[in-house]
Structures are given as structure tokens and as C-alpha cells.
Design a protein around this ligand. Sequence first.
Ligand code: CMC
Length: 426
Amino acid sequence: MAESAEIIMDGKSFKFPVIVGTENEKAIDISKLRDETGYITYDPGYKNTGATKSEITFLDGENGILHYRGYPIEQLASTSSFLEVAYLLIYGNLPNSAELDSFTVRINKRSLVHEDMKIILDGFPSYAHPMGVLSSLVCSMTAFYPESLDSNPSDEDMDLHIIRLLAKMPTMVAWSYRKSKGMPFNYPKNSLDYCSNFLQMMFAHPTESYNVDPVVSDALNKLLILHADHEQNCSTSTVRIVGSSQASLYGSVSAGINALWGPLHGGANQEVIEMLDEIKTSGMTVESFIEKVKKKEVRLMGFGHRVYKNFDPRAKIIKVACDQILNKLGVNDPVLDIAKALEEAALKDTYFVDRKLYPNVDFYSGIIYRALGIPVNMFTVMFALGRLPGWIAQWKELRANKEPIGRPRQIYTGSTKRDFTVIAKR
Ligand code: CMC
């Protein structure tokens, strides 16, 4: 017999079905709860709420497991290219070589952005944060491609929007950086792979030749894969909820970029490096910083996770990669030692142990980005570049499943004054 959950309210019993996922995750289906009982659930921060069924990413926070479409993240990060992983997330299977070739050609063909985008970029002050610039540029694609506003696109049109966004995102990211530096824009080079092309658009100098360092492009490839999807996190939920109103792909992803920007989400990678730099320059000891965290004066950025309560598998891979990449590049960043000392001190301290706080993906990623030459205010933009295929896949799945518009309820706790005449008489 199928399992069910019994809820007794106002002396009456109600039964709700239990649904089970392919990895044996269980949920009580309360979609009829209000209709049958008049009650809603209260779950701030959606800590216990399954907002959707999804076939894209599986995450087991207790055991530190992360799979994209059934493949362990460890395997993908060590053997795949970012575009292969993007294909996997978006279309559901790893591409064979013909599929990958045609995907790559389609992306390459659309990597140029409209020249008028430069006018939009020119309107920003050079000190604008690149996350704000990026979300604006992505949203501006609705203007360059107004057909993307069709709320009922054919599969073909939807696919074209997807390819366009994947193709133009590296160009938009690199140009946001070049604008902030007052440097001329570099155009995409289709002879290069996705990561190398991005690096040349970021760093090639007009008066000098630029060869992409394979150590740098391999490191970037790994980082992008590790960030590519993470089921229903804050920015992905934002993309899904915006998409559920049948908003365009570009509008939905632009909203996701803004959600990612916050320091508790993707913005943490910038905050981590600023925290480490501050510890270094102030001369504060690791022990005294940990004491400040325990007194709740500051948070240990890059630590803790809503879902991982044992370890973050992405952080494990990144920590090893961090040592290897800095070694290969001959970079000696003193904040790496501070980060390791902080991790060691925290993992022994009951404050962190009791609360199950471990390093997350952002703890070491910034140190690698800095070694690759990426400026600190671009770290979260790099996260967005990596997360793009996940956002796209989740948006596509939501549309394919014709999910209803996202619209949570609330418990009203405001005033109950009803007598308007009291004010009127004054
Ligand atoms: N430093 C110090 N204390 C912490 C931290 C931290 N980084 N994270 C959580 N806590 C404490 C928190 O104060 C609370 O303590 P108490 O029970 O005494 O009130 C307890 O741990 C539970 O914290 P919470 O805020 O209720 O947990 P949450 O699941 O709502 O928040 C989090 C998760 C990631 C927002 C939080 O751990 C945090 O703020 N971490 C620092 C920011 C960060 O690194 N964010 C990146 C997350 S990974 C990238 C991504 O996918 O977004």
C-alpha cells in the first residue's frame, strides 16, 4: 500500500499521499491541504518545502553528494568540458561527439553581441558593480530579441533563446570587465574553446599578443562545472518563480543574477576574499577572528550551507584544486594559509561542529579566481557564468512541465483595526 501521512486537525483526520523520488527522497504531498482543511503550512525560508519535482540535479546534504542528471560531480569536474556539462544539464544526456560539435558550432555562431550593447555599457559609470551591469545586459536581450517575449514559444524558438544566451554571456561578462577598466572590447574568437575564448576577451591586450595559458583555462573549466547547477537554491528558485509567470528566459535569468549577488548566496565568494584580506592586513590572529564569529559579531563567510550538513563536495574538490593551481601558476597567496588555518580552527570548535558548519563552494574559489587574474568584484560574475546552464535547464523544465505560477501564501500578523469612522471623526 502506498504510504500516506495522517494529519489530525480540529479533531478530524486527513490523509495526504507520500511521494518518493528516484533517490528515495520522501515528501508529503500537501497540494490539497488548504482545500481540504482550510490550513496552510508555515515554513520561512522554505527549509522544508519541496517547490517542484525535478530531473536535473540530485543533492544529498547529509552525505555530501551532488549529481547532475545522475552523474557524480567529481567525475564531471575531472573529465568533462563545461559545454558538455551545459548540454547534459539542459538536454538531459551527455552529448556524443556529433552532438557536442553541433552544439559548439551553434554557440560559436551567436557569440557576438549587438553593437548597440556598447551604448548601454557606455551609460554605466566605470565603477558600477559588474553584477548589476551583467543583469542589465542580460535583461536588455529582451529588447534586441523582442520575439523572446512570446509567452508560448515553439521548441525551436526556445532553443534559439537558450543557445543565444549561452553564446553571448561570456562576451557580456568580459565586456563588463573591459568597460570597468576603460579598455577596448575584445571580440569572440571561434577557434578557441568556451573558456579560452572567454579568457582572451577578458585579458588580451590590443598591443600585445595573448596566448591562453592551458592551466588557467582548465582551472576555469573546472570551476564553471562545479557551479553549473545546485537544485533549488535562492537564485534558481528566483529564475523558476519569475519564469512561472511566463516571463522570458532573459528576464528570468536576469532576476536570477540579482538573487545570486547577495552575500549570503553567490556574493559570498567576494566577501570571503575581503574577509581574508582584512584578517591579513589588520594582523588579527585566526583565533581572535573565530572568537568574533562565535560572539556573532561577524559571519565566517564561505562557511555553512542550508543543505550540506556534513561537507560540501564542491568545496572538497576546490580545496585540492586550489593547491594544485596555485602551485602550477607559481602563485603564493598568503591568504590561502589564513583560509586553511581558519578552516582547521573552525572544524575543531564546538560552535561550528554543533551547528554543522563546513566550508562551502565559496571558501576557496575566490583564491583560485584571484590566481587566475580575475578581479575580486568579478568573482560573483564568474559564479553567474558557471550557473547559467543550471538556470536555463531549470527554466526549460518548468516550462516543459507547465508548472503553475509560483505564489506562496502568508499568515497575516498586521493590524485588525476595522473602524474607519474613528479616524474620520478626528
Ligand atoms: N558563520 C557563523 N555562524 C554561522 C554561519 C557562518 N558562516 N552560518 C550559519 N551560522 C550559524 C547561525 O548564526 C545560526 O546559529 P544559531 O543557531 O546560534 O542562531 C546557525 O549557524 C544556523 O544558521 P542559519 O543562518 O539559520 O542557516 P541557514 O541555513 O539559514 O543559512 C547560509 C545558510 C549559507 C546562508 C549561512 O550558513 C551563511 O550565512 N553562511 C555564510 C555565507 C555563505 O558562505 N554563503 C554561501 C553559501 S554556498 C554558495 C551558494 O550556493 O549560495
